[in-house]
Design a protein around this ligand. Structure first.
Ligand SMILES: *Cc1c(COP(=O)(O)O)cnc(C)c1O
Length: 451
């Protein structure tokens, strides 16, 4: 098969473009009154950047190669944004009943959904078979359940896969690495190689192998090595059963994102080039490739904008108290070294401040000392009423709200070009109201249960 030449980064926005879009976003957020006393914080997704990232992924792979690119739902559980992925022909990777229903509601056809939870219940397995959606079995006990479900259900349209742990070791962030010797995910390839081959060979309905070596902090080479081991296994299964049983190889997600500047690096094209060098067999048309990227498709699209409520000096350190903290930037606040975020300072009208930087702390609104977005950061002097913008927050930040202090989920807006090239605003998710917080905080009084 002839390889299509790479056009590295052809559709990707330049750092200047991203910076310019963000300047427009913050000015509009200020000008349109999205931030007020009741809503001192909001999130924005730039749909133009999103479309460009989707196109960059699609174009990184040869058009004559069968591929299903899915968006990992957990990165962006916003229904109208997921709908945009569905409209663009993407599939959706889901890992819970809620994510599954969200994917269906967003318009993904079942055959483009991949269900990956490590804790699937019996009814969830039955539902996957009923819908004909793909799913990846996590362990031998689940395999036994799937045996029973298939015996009962009979003919089905699902691509049933096995999730394998290539056991290639940890990346830079332990909590995000799933290919360690003892990771909780999948079946260990070196632990159980023979048993896996036998399990697959005796079940002709297992047609897919899955590997996802981790998220962020994992080098391209490390991830590609995991895929190589899985492709080798697929080949060995073909030899063993005397025909090609494995039809799809699902390489998961995990392309890391650069959080330190507006450079989009590594690109999907970079990732694909490393994969091609490590696993040529993946590109010869034998297999349908499935991908499950989350962060790399979304992070660069998002900006948190928050108002600075107060500033003060404590122990000689200037501190700005903002409305963006642990409720929206949970991982950054709890593990700041693993998840640092940039912070930009704008005046109340949304104009970027350019003054000489000074060392400052930027705090969130929550009642615990660790609720800091940045400590000892060089930033233009922050004043009361300013806006801080936090780039690269389109992935996970809007979908992983932490309801500490009963702080509400903020509204999420989108901006994107209409067919005439004019940038238009939309609402993707309403802010959580105080009434909703009350309603979700339990019954008005204890509900007695039968003795
Ligand atoms: C989280 C996850 C992904 C997405 O990971 P990213 O790092 O966001 O690309 C893909 N597949 C599985 C199984 C996951 O758990």
């Amino acid at each position: 098969m002839i390889d299509v030449p790479l056009c590295i980064g052809r559709t990707l926005p330049s750092p200047d473009t991203l910076l310019g879009r963000r300047a427009e976003v913050v000015a509009d957020v200020a000008g349109r009154g999205f931030i007020d006393d009741a809503h001192p914080l909001c999130g924005v997704i730039d749909l133009d950047t999103l479309d460009e990232l989707m196109a960059a992924l699609t174009e990184a792979y040869p058009t004559d190669m069968p591929a299903l690119h899915t968006i990992a739902a957990k990165a962006i559980t916003l229904r109208p944004v997921l709908a945009r992925f569905a409209d663009a022909g993407f599939g959706c990777e889901v890992a819970s009943p809620g994510e599954l229903e969200l994917a269906l509601a967003a318009g993904f056809p079942a055959e483009r959904i991949v269900f990956d939870s490590p804790a699937k219940t019996t009814p969830e397995i039955a539902r996957a078979l009923e819908l004909g959606m793909s799913f990846n079995i996590d362990n031998f006990e689940e395999l036994a359940r799937v045996d029973e479900a298939i015996a009962e259900f009979g003919e089905h349209g699902s691509n049933v896969g096995i999730r394998l742990n290539p056991q290639t070791g940890t990346g830079a962030i332990g909590a995000m690495s799933t290919a360690t010797t003892t990771s909780k995910f999948g079946i260990g390839l070196s632990d159980d190689r023979e048993r896996i081959i036998e399990a697959v060979a005796s079940r002709p309905w297992i047609t897919q192998l899955h590997v996802h070596s981790g998220s962020q902090g994992l080098s391209l080479g490390h991830a590609a090595e995991g895929v190589r081991l899985i492709a080798d296994l697929a080949q060995e299964i073909t030899t063993r059963v005397g025909r090609q049983q494995i039809r799809r190889i699902d390489i998961g997600g995990g392309l890391p994102v650069n959080f330190s500047s507006d450079d989009i690096t590594p690109t999907f094209a970079d990732q694909r080039a490393v994969l091609k060098a490590a696993v040529p067999a993946l590109f010869d048309g034998t297999y349908t490739l499935v991908t499950e990227f989350g962060r790399a498709l979304t992070a660069k699209t998002g900006t948190i904008v928050a108002r600075v409520e107060y500033t003060k000096q404590t122990g000689g350190r200037p501190i700005a108290i903002t409305h963006a903290g642990v409720q929206i930037a949970t991982r950054t606040v709890f593990t700041p070294d693993a998840w640092p975020l940039r912070i930009e300072v704008y005046d109340p009208h949304g104009r970027r401040r350019e003054e000489e930087p000074q060392v400052q702390d930027v705090a969130g609104p929550a009642c615990f000392t660790g609720d800091m977005l940045a400590v000892g950061r060089d930033l233009p002097p922050i004043r009361q009423g300013d806006l801080v913008a936090i780039p690269d927050t389109g992935g996970y930040y809007f979908s992983t709200h932490f309801s500490y202090n009963a702080l509400p989920r903020p509204a999420i807006y989108t901006i994107g070009s209409d067919p005439h090239g004019r940038r238009r605003w939309s609402l993707a998710r309403r802010a959580q109201s105080i009434e909703q917080i009350l309603a979700e905080s339990g019954e008005p009084s204890l509900v007695p249960l039968p003795a």
